[in-house]
Design a protein around this ligand. Structure first.
Ligand code: KIV
Ligand code: ZN
Length: 388
């Protein structure tokens, strides 16, 4: 896909793992709209759905496969021929299709599937071979990899590679791992599994302990070159790794992590708003990167600092994620410098004595009202003019 060893592929699963969040179901048209934006913003692989899950999922994956211009279009399938065939029927319309097949390999998952270790290895061999006979781009995942015995994990990964998988995804299905372990598992697989250097390792993290972004980045440091993620971190329970967080972390800290992605970060805010409105999941105010307050400064000291030199309190620019709104929030902690700048932005250039008067009125208003909007300031100016 890319020969650059420092290029990290972004695999977006908003439409599959993200849609699995209770209450986040999306319509066919909404899915197509999201897929188009993901494609435009440079997502490398779009996991468009789980074709066997429903007729609607099948139709959506087929339509997204037909629509995609650049991205690889991937569908999910369990480890059986029926799932894999159905998945292929949907993704085969894409210029660049991928089948992603998985099976739970940890002790509790083996118990559910009632397969012995050897039987599961045989199943992995057969299903990956079957998928590979249909499609030359096959991804395989040992679900709950983190809680799978290490020796067995090496064995199943080796089996999938020998059967033809070109991407091996290591899911932390229950959000249980920590950065040190996330890195250690990738290192171990690269060292111990024959053929590991011929495939791409992916990291797929859930956020149950709030570690998804850190775990994904740790896996990349250890050699993973595909991050599986969703817009706004949408996903079951506490969600998946948030695309905007890993992409911006890699962009902002290139000094520590010399990796690149193909994402046009200026489309991040648009994607966040689209996914939030379509899924009906609001974005928490202080969510990293895309939260309403992520670039807002209210305290006088911070406002004064950013007005003089934006780098004092900002590690990235709002424009980097496509945000054009002002980064100054007017409230009771704001100082005179911020008020002067804000009023100038609104077209009011004040002499010092006028500013003193408006500042007193502004503070009184801010004590009564949690948020001060532009309209409040315009009304304040009209009031001030009428009374002086
Ligand atoms: O979390 C998980 O294990 C998954 C797999 C299906 C890859 O979503
Ligand atoms: Zn998942």
């Amino acid at each position: 896909m890319t020969s650059d060893k420092n290029r990290v592929l972004i695999f977006d699963t908003t439409l599959r793992d993200g849609e699995q969040s209770p209450g986040a179901t999306m319509t066919h048209t909404e899915k197509l709209e999201i897929a188009q934006l993901l494609d435009e913003m440079g997502v490398d692989i779009i996991e468009a759905g789980f074709p066997i899950a429903s007729e609607g999922d099948f139709e959506a994956v087929s339509a997204i496969a037909r629509q995609a211009k650049n991205a690889v279009i991937c569908g999910l399938a369990r480890a059986n021929y029926k799932d894999i065939d159905r998945c292929w029927e949907a993704v085969r319309h894409a210029a660049r299709p991928r089948i992603h097949t998985f099976i739970g390999t940890s002790p509790s998952h083996r118990e559910i599937t009632k397969l012995t270790m050897d039987e599961m290895v045989a199943r992995i061999h057969d299903t990956v071979t079957h998928a590979r006979n249909l499609c030359d781009n096959v991804q395989w995942s040992p679900m709950d990899a983190i809680r799978t015995e290490r020796d067995y994990l090496c064995r199943v990964v080796e089996t999938a590679i020998k059967a033809g998988a070109s991407t091996i995804n290591i899911p932390d299905t229950v959000g249980y791992t920590l950065p040190t372990e996330s890195a250690e598992i990738i290192t171990m697989l690269l060292e111990r599994v024959p053929g590991a250097d011929t495939v791409i390792f992916a990291t797929h993290c859930h956020n149950d302990l709030g570690m998804a972004t850190a775990n994904a980045l740790a896996a990349v440091s250890a050699g993973a070159r595909q991050i599986e993620c969703t817009i706004n971190g949408l996903g079951e329970r506490a969600g998946n790794t948030a695309l905007e967080e890993v992409v911006m972390a890699l962009k902002v800290r290139r000094d520590l992590m010399p990796f690149t992605t193909g994402i046009d970060t200026t489309k991040i805010m648009k994607a966040s708003r689209l996914v939030s409105s379509v899924s009906g999941f609001p974005v928490q105010f202080n969510k990293a990167i895309v939260g309403k307050n992520a670039f807002l400064h209210e305290s006088g000291i911070h406002q004064d600092g950013v007005l003089k030199n934006v780098e004092t309190f900002e590690i990235m620019r709002p424009a980097d994620i496509g945000l054009t709104e002002t980064n100054i929030a007017m409230g009771k902690h704001s100082g005179r410098a911020a008020l002067r700048t804000k009023l100038a932005d609104l077209g009011f250039d004040l002499a010092e004595n006028q500013l003193n008067d408006v500042f007193v009125r502004f503070k009184a208003l801010a004590d009564r009202k949690k948020e001060i909007y532009d309209d409040d300031l315009i009304a304040l100016m009209a009031d001030s003019a009428a009374n002086t």
